[in-house]
Design a protein around this ligand. Sequence first.
Ligand code: GLY
Length: 346
Amino acid sequence: MPEPLSRRAFIGTAGAAAAAAALPGPAGAIEAPAIRRPVQNHFAAVSSGNGLRAVNRAFELVEAGTDTLDAAVEGVKIQELDPADNSVGYGGLPNEEGVVQLDASCMHGPTKRAGAVAALEGIKTPSEVARLVLKYTNHILLVGEGARRFALSYGFETENLLTPESRELWLRWRANRGTADDWLDVPESEKMTARPTGTINLNVVNAKGEISSVTTTSGLAWKIPGRAGDSPIVGAGQYTDNEVGAAGSTGRGESNIMVCGGFLTVEHMRRGMKPTDACLETLKRVVAATPPRLLDARRRPTFGLQFYAVNKRGELGAASLYPARYAAHDGREGALRDAAFLYESR
Ligand code: GLY
């Protein structure tokens, strides 16, 4: 990524451009001097398709002077606290025993710190608990009962995270998952066959080039108790390097963990790739690392996975295995956009 030009380099470039401009061009025309201006950082936020409110909230907060990590956590908390988003926080779909277990991680670029929690039960906002791990401990990842007790020590209260809707969805799944058990199937018309992998990732950079990222999820619906996906894994679910940018993911976590996708996407940007190209490159690595049992007859993944990235200058982008939307705020407005993709259809 080009660095901002020093005054000496700027004068040198402008001087060379002026000298070149005095010479006639190929057709004899005088070409306009190619003056390079110093690169300016600017605000940008990029998130998954459920993150439009999150990028808008992050923008408001950063404009008011809030730190990028605090703004990112406040952004994703909107989804964590929303009972209608059953991929994150309160109302998230539970594990196979009907227990909601939440994962989250975050990074703060300026202070080079990270925090995460996995399989956290009873706390609606795991992103806040991950930030507490980042701020107040010498560790990065707390799991299960230890993570819950850590949260309680900061004043969180254990709550029931199942909503009537998420309980209903789980009960239907349990009734229909097999024919050889003692649960009587619910009618065919009511069968729930989908196995959602929602999540929210949000990456924020401010005009000073300070970068943070956060990812939070209830993980794969009906998972084996104790399963942690990519979201709480620093370097997979999200990653920030304050010199380069940040990236994160939603979708099938195991496939992301196999390539350390958050980290890999930032490394692609470090080598000069634009955010969207970096995300696409990481997805190609995912496909290359996918075992045959997860590929269809045309060798396409049978799962979904998306990456979102922002660089230090405020350029942003996203890519998906299959067509998807993502949320972006470029400092002027927040909007949903079409992500780049590898395959048109499954
Ligand atoms: N990406 C969310 C999960 O796999 O848990």
